[in-house]
Each structure stands twice: as C-alpha cells, then as structure tokens.
Design a protein around this ligand. Structure first.
Ligand code: E4P
Length: 218
C-alpha cells in the first residue's frame, strides 16, 4: 500500500519524508489556503522535496477551464497530478486530460457509481472521502471495499486513494479494504507509529537496564 501525505505544510512533509514512508502528496484548495502562501510557490517547493505524485486541484467549474488550468499545472513539475472534481464537467476534463497524457485524481467521490464513472473516464486516481461519509452516518470504509471490488471485476486501471482519513482506525480499515493508497494528514501520521505500550515497554526496559548497572557497580 502506498502512503501519501495530505498536507501542503513543508515542515510536516520534510519531517515525515525523512522516514522513507512518503510515496506522494495530496492537496486541495483548503489545505493550500492554510499555508497562506502563493499556490505555485508551495506546489513547486513540495515537488522539489517529494519525487512521487503531487496532487494540485483545479478551481474552474467548466471542463474547458479545468483543462486550461491542468495544462498550466502540469508544466510546474513532472510529478504533478491534476485534481478534478467529480462532476459532469470534471469527468469531461478528466477524459480530455487522459488523452493529453496528464495524470488526474478525481476528488470528492462518495458513491460506487461516481468512482466507476471516474475510472472509466480515465482517472489515474480516484479519491473516495472516508471521513466525510462517516460524518453523514454512511460507512466510508465500505465504499473503499466496494470500489476495489468494482475496479478489479472490470479491470479498470485507476488506483483508489482513501481520502479524508481522520484517525488510525480509518487508516487500518482502508488498508484492509484494499485501498491502493491512503492519504493521511500530517497531524494524523505520527499517531500511526505511536503506541502507549511501545512507550511503556521502552521505559521499563531502560529502568531495568539502569537497575542492573547500579547493581553491578555496587
Ligand atoms: C484529499 O485528497 C482530500 O482533499 C482530503 O483528504 C479531504 O480531507 P477532509 O475531509 O479531512 O477535509
């Protein structure tokens, strides 16, 4: 399973990238706005740190505008993936971009039907939003499992990015449900490697070790 970081914060990206765990980055206009800096500068800086795919989202609502934005974004770095919205216009743009050889990540997917259409339109990645679905009382993880089943059944090439991951359970269950990728916020990522029993274990090993040293020195 590939791991993406769902952030545009350079400090988070640099810190976690040093662990060798990051296969790519996803952003959206909200994530970019949190940085309070110029979109192009931020995306280019991210692309200079991370070799894998970096998703940057278009803001046009018409296919023509999306394609125009996408062509501009794709020139910023070779690893840019253009995020298009899951709308009729977004599907049209995704189809055109596929023909132009520009990679896409179709975002805001909340149903099997939407995921299947995005994959058929030629999306490189499809992003079902687990946390936002859970917020409405619908099981986001079940959508991941169903999308994986549909992609495999029909031999569709898109990869599923489990997005809107809010906690460790989301991450683990997305992995078990067959997501190809999980995109994880910088605030959630450290929780994946932490466990209180690990911390307690280290503490007790060290105190037992010190006790032995004291005994031997006496
Ligand atoms: C990633 O591609 C999505 O934009 C992101 O995961 C959305 O997360 P949120 O629902 O926590 O805003």
């Amino acid at each position: 399973m590939k791991l993406f970081l769902d952030t545009a914060n350079l400090e988070e990206i640099k810190r976690i990238n040093e662990l060798g765990l990051i296969d790519g980055i996803t952003t959206n206009p909200t994530i970019i706005s949190r940085e309070g800096r110029d979109f192009e500068t931020v995306i280019k800086e991210i692309c200079s740190i991370v070799e894998g795919p970096v998703s940057a989202e278009v803001i046009s609502l018409e296919a023509e505008g999306m394609v125009e934005e996408a062509e501009k974004l794709a020139k910023w770095a070779p690893n840019i993936v253009v995020k298009t919205p899951m709308t009729e216009e977004g599907l049209k743009a995704t189809h055109i971009l596929k023909q132009k050889g520009i990679k896409t990540n179709v975002t805001l997917i909340f149903s099997v039907a939407q995921g299947l259409l995005a994959a058929k339109a030629g999306a490189t990645y499809i992003s079902p939003f687990v946390g936002r679905l859970d917020d409405t009382g619908i099981d986001g993880i079940q959508l991941i499992a169903e999308l994986r089943q549909v992609l495999d059944t029909y031999g569709l090439e898109s990869e599923i990015i489990a997005a809107s991951i809010r906690n460790i359970t989301h991450f683990q269950e997305a992995a078990l449900a067959g997501a190809h990728i999980a995109t994880i916020p910088g605030t959630v990522f450290p929780k994946l490697w932490s466990h209180p029993l690990t911390d307690n274990g280290i503490k007790s090993f060290l105190s037992d070790w010190e006790a032995l040293q004291n005994k031997l020195n006496v």
